[in-house]
Design a protein around this ligand. Sequence first.
Ligand SMILES: NC(=O)c1ccc[n+]([C@@H]2O[C@H](COP(=O)([O-])OP(=O)(O)OC[C@H]3O[C@@H](n4cnc5c(N)ncnc54)[C@H](O)[C@@H]3O)[C@@H](O)[C@H]2O)c1
Length: 448
Amino acid sequence: MKSFNYTEETLPGVTDISRELLEKIMSRKAKVGIVGLGYVGLPLAAEFARQGFRVTGIDLETRKIDLINGGKSYIGDVPSEEIARLVEQGLLRASSDFNVLAELDTINICVPTPLRKTKDPDLSYILAAVEQIQKHLHRGMLVILESTTYPGTTEELILPRLAETGLEVGRDFFLCFSPERVDPGNSQFNTRNIPKVVGGVTPICTQMGTLFYQQAMEKVVPVSSTQVAEMVKLLENTFRSINIGLANEMALLCDCMKIDVWEVIEAAATKPFGFMPFFPGPGLGGHCIPVDPFYLSWKAKMNGVEARFIELAGQINGSMPHFTVNKIQAALNDRMKSVKNSHVHLLGMAYKKDIADVRESPALDVLALLRKLGARLSYSDPHVARVKLADFELESRPVLPSCREADCVVLLTDHSSFDYEAIVNQSSLIVDTRNAFRAWRMEKIVRL
Ligand SMILES: NC(=O)c1ccc[n+]([C@@H]2O[C@H](COP(=O)([O-])OP(=O)(O)OC[C@H]3O[C@@H](n4cnc5c(N)ncnc54)[C@H](O)[C@@H]3O)[C@@H](O)[C@H]2O)c1
C-alpha cells in the first residue's frame, strides 16, 4: 500500500502516528465520524459509508438519529432505501451521544453557521461541537471543519482549543478545513463528483485530508492553508451573491425602461466567452448565499477594510421581495383591485426549485409583506406542506382550484412538478418572478 512508502523525505514530518492513520484511511478501516447530519452532513456520511467506511453520524436532534437508525432519510438527495441498506450492512449508524467520538479516527464538522441579528457570524454551533471533540481528542485523529466560515476560523478558534489538550497538530492530530459545495436538488453534481478543496494547518494535515477525501470523491484539490480553503468558499458564494445582485439591479432598471430583462440576459448569454448568465428573482434564499458573504464582510471589517460589493449586493437582493410585492400591487391596480382583501395565491415557498428548504426563503418575506397589506393568502408547494411565520401559519393547498379562485397568482419558486399550462389556463392574473411562463406571451402574465 502506498502509505507504507511515506518517509521523512517523501512526506516531511511523517511519524508512526500519521503513518498508522494514513494506512487506516487507505485500507478503509478508519472509523469516520460526521458531526451534524443536515443537508451537508447526511450526504457526506452516506458517501463514505457507500465507499465501505464505518461511519457514525452525530447530531443533537434525536428525531434525525431515530430516522437514520430506522433506515429512513429526511434529505431529498439521499434515498431512504440507501440509508436502510447502509444501516443494515453496519456501515452507517447515528447517535446523539458524543462519547462515541472517542472511538473515531476522523471527524468532519458539518454544523450550521448562521448570522446573528446584527449580521455578525454566529459560531456557537462550531464551538459547541469543538468542545465535545476536545474532550475526546486522541493521538492519530483527523478533524476537518466543513461548515462555511470566515478565513482564520480553523486556526484561530479550533486549533487553540484542540491544542489545549497538550496534543500537537501535525504530529499527534491533524486539522483541516474543507469547504462543502453540495447543491441540494442538483441531479448532475453530488457529494462524489463535486471537486473537494482541502487545506491543512501543516503540510501533513493537508496530505491526510487529501487522502481521506480521495477515498470517496472523484477529485480532490489540495491548497496551501486552511485560510485559503476557507476563502475559496466565500469567494464562490460572494461571486454568486454579487452576480445575482447585478441581475436583480438589471431587472429594476429594465422595469423602469420597459425592457424585458429575461430576453436581455438570454441574448447576452449567446456570447461564447466573457459572460455567464445569472437571473433575477424574488430575492435570495437558503443557508448559504444570503448568509456567507456577511462572514467575509465581517472579517474584512475586523481588518479595517470595507467589503463594498458585498454590502451593495446584499441591499439589492434584500429589496427584491419588496419589488415583487410592488409588482403584485401594480398588476392588481391595473385591474381596478387593491392588494387589501384580494386573494393572492403564491406558487412555491422553498427558496429554490425542487427542494423542501425554506430557510431564508424570499417567498416567506413576500408572504409577510402581503399579509401586512391585508391580502387574503394561500400557497401551493409540493415540497413544503406547511409554513409558519411569527404570527400565522398556512398549509399548502391544491394548485388548480386555488389558481382559479385567486385574484392574482404569484410564481415564486419554479418547481418542475407544477403544471404550467394548466396554471395559465386557470388563472386570471399571474406575476412571474422566475420567467417560468416564458412560453406564453399574454397580457395576464406580468414578468419581473
Ligand atoms: N445546505 C447547503 O446547501 C450547504 C452547502 C454548502 C455548505 N453549507 C454549509 O454547511 C454547514 C451545514 O449546513 P447544513 O445546510 O447542512 O445545515 P443543517 O441545519 O441542515 O444541518 C446541521 C445539523 O447540525 C446539527 N447540529 C447543530 N449543532 C450541533 C452540535 N453541536 N453537534 C452535533 N450536531 C449539531 C443540527 O441539528 C443539524 O442537523 C453550514 O456552515 C452551511 O453554510 C451548506
